[in-house]
Design a protein around this ligand. Sequence first.
Ligand code: FES
Ligand code: FES
Length: 171
Amino acid sequence: MKKKLSVNGVQHTVDVDPSTPLLWVLREQLALTGTKFGCGIAQCGACTVMIDGVPIRSCVLPLASLEGRQVMTIEGLAPSDEKLHPLQQAWIEHQVPQCGYCQSGQLMSAAALLARNPEPTDAEIDGAMQGNICRCGMYGRIRKAIKSAATSRIAQSELHTFDKTDEASDE
Ligand code: FES
Ligand code: FES
């Protein structure tokens, strides 16, 4: 069955069973392989994307639930090819990625957090990120990088671009 799907600001038409999880539509139909498969049961966070500005586990989200909604994946996080999102910049500065497998999910959860809370406390960061597991144990660096992005003046101006999406969310 043909379904329309908006991903990173681009409208796609995909021809798959509407019960197919978004993760597999992204990876197999749209070749957006930055979003990873970990557990498949909404427990690890590797597959996190943003739907209308809210972090969601794409491994358990059926395509049928996405009509009229805006999906953002890691491929759409940077504002342009020349410019990284402030979180991506901070990730590099703090050398967050090790094996890298969990990182796109971590970044999408962090981006959603800063969009709704530009200056989170350590406790708020830990609360927002607790569903994203890192088997390499980079939790300390992740927290530092989020704080760093949040306090940079560049970050403030970039993050505000997410405000409208965040307000439009109903979750
Ligand atoms: S693969 Fe979706 S939460 Fe683990
Ligand atoms: S960097 Fe290896 S799982 Fe997180």
